[in-house]
Design a protein around this ligand. Structure first.
Ligand code: PLP
Length: 481
């Protein structure tokens, strides 16, 4: 038996060599992308070709080529012509906190497996609570993603509002939550995981402005009660993902308190606006909520994946998962804020608080303010550009940095235009200069941009419009025939 074999994987000289090489490569990448010098945001490749490349690489590739190949074969979010999905553009400092977290690998479930990051997590969550407008009775946690955080919040809501001990005994009665039909699909999934079924997920139609319709909310709630459904929570979107429209949190909050419901705010994307002096009014009423989710890896310039879940009443953050795990957690009625495993779904989680903490320390909250404010301002400028060009139609005036629009032509019907806009998007993807996405609203196909990148300017967006018109011209003859 040769016990030394794995040691080769821990060679400090090899680490130093490849580490320096990688940092150099990433620094060049950062320079090439943020300045817009590199010609493409994505080198589109078919899934089968990509699969074959990496199968072949496993046989014949070299370690030297590994990092450069990954760079070539991924989407470059730091490029100002990246205007697609709502992932954050990580500040390089957070790539370094990611590196140290990966190497030290403290598991975070108990205090001594992550002492510093646990203390930082408390500081970060307390700050967020204060900005939300909660008192110091608030507590929060960091967890792996808005999806998991929304589920955790709804479990806390059920624990707090349903008399029956569902966590330990299961439930026979039909329980329900109220949520906008435009809410992120993960809320639907969370409710399904909780066993609420289709009947228990009461979808509230939106107004013509795409925010939750308050009259419909009251109506559907009354109907649900009449049908014997025990409704325990209402979820507000801040904003909803497809359209970027914020629900009226103040109105939803009042409705929740009148009816004794838990009020949860899904601010995964736009909860970050609590830092924006100019735009925080979009979140008016957030202080009425019982829980809020905010992703760090969206508008707060952090890498995937780190989400804050903040509870108005700290008790809810540690009573949700009352469960025995004696080897890990000593059963106690104490709050034990420093034993994270008591309060998250996760057992092991990454040392994600490092990202938040270092950005706050080095750049301060004002950088979050500037980032969110600039991105939201840019969406308004883009909307003006689109509106002044008859070749385009805006789905809705933007409330955030998410903006849906489409190419239009008076001679074409809805079906042909839907097809044309889909083809435009496919062509743009394959050319790779710009990266944007698409969505369907009430049967109409739109191009969708999320302006995440602080290097994107109105100039880039006007180039995008020119490009779309050119692509449309080249595709249109095929469409009409
Ligand atoms: C992105 C998003 C989510 C999902 O969060 P993840 O961090 O991707 O799991 C949930 N809700 C809203 C409104 C979002 O924008």
């Amino acid at each position: 038996m040769n016990y030394n074999v794995p040691h080769t994987a821990y060679d400090s000289e090899e680490f130093r060599k490849h580490g320096h090489g990688l940092i150099e490569l990433l620094a060049q990448h950062l320079e090439q992308t943020t300045t817009g010098k590199s010609p493409k945001t994505i080198n589109w490749n078919l899934p089968e070709n990509e699969l074959n490349f990496w199968k072949e690489y496993l046989e014949n590739g070299t370690l030297e080529d590994f990092f450069p190949e990954i760079l070539k074969r991924t989407t470059h979010v730091h490029h100002p012509r990246y205007v697609g999905h709502q992932v954050g553009i990580p500040a390089p400092l957070t790539a370094l906190t990611g590196l140290i977290a990966a190497m030290l690998n403290n598991g975070m479930a108990v205090y001594e497996m992550g002492m510093s990051p646990t203390a930082m997590e408390r500081i970060v969550c307390d700050l967020l609570a204060e900005r939300i407008g909660y008192s110091d009775a608030s507590r929060g946690i960091l967890t792996s993603g808005g999806t998991l955080a929304n589920l955790t919040a709804l479990l806390a809501a059920r624990k707090a509002k349903v008399d029956h001990d569902v966590w330990n005994k299961g439930h026979k009665q039909q329980l329900g939550i109220l949520v906008s039909e435009e809410a992120h699909y993960c809320v639907d999934r969370a409710a399904k995981i909780m066993g609420l079924g289709e009947t228990g997920i009461i979808k509230i139609p939106v107004t013509s402005e795409y925010c939750m319709d308050m009259d419909q909310l009251r109506k559907r709630y009354n109907e649900a009660i009449a049908d014997g459904i025990q409704v325990f929570a209402v979820v507000g979107s801040a904003p909803s993902t497809a359209t970027g429209i914020y629900d009226d949190l103040e109105a939803v909050g009042k409705f929740a308190s009148e009816n004794g419901l838990w009020f949860h705010v899904d601010g995964a994307h736009g909860g970050a606006a609590i830092f924006s002096t100019k735009y925080k009014s979009l979140l008016k009423g957030i202080e009425l909520s019982d829980s809020v989710v905010i992703d760090g890896h969206k508008m707060l310039m952090m890498p995937t994946i780190t989400t804050a879940l903040i509870f108005k009443n700290g008790e809810h953050s540690h009573t949700t998962f009352t469960q025995k795990a004696d080897y890990l957690l000593i059963d106690s009625d104490e709050e034990d804020w420093f034993n994270g495993g008591k309060r998250t779904f996760e057992c092991t989680k990454s040392m994600m608080s490092l990202h938040w903490y270092i950005l706050l320390k080095v750049y301060g909250e004002q950088m979050f303010d500037q980032n969110v404010t600039q991105l939201y301002d840019l969406a308004k400028d883009f909307a003006n550009l689109l509106e002044s060009d008859p070749a385009f139609e805006l789905a809705l005036p933007p409330m955030s940095n998410i903006l849906c629009f489409r190419f239009v032509d008076n001679n074409m019907g809805l079906k042909a235009l839907n097809q044309l806009n889909q083809s435009i998007r496919q062509q743009l993807l394959e050319e790779g200069e710009f990266y944007l996405v698409q969505t369907k609203l009430k049967g109409v196909h739109y191009l969708r941009t999320t302006l995440m990148n602080p290097f994107t300017t109105a100039d880039h967006l006007s180039q995008l419009m020119t490009k779309i018109k050119r692509v449309a011209e080249s595709l249109r003859p095929q469409m009409i025939n």
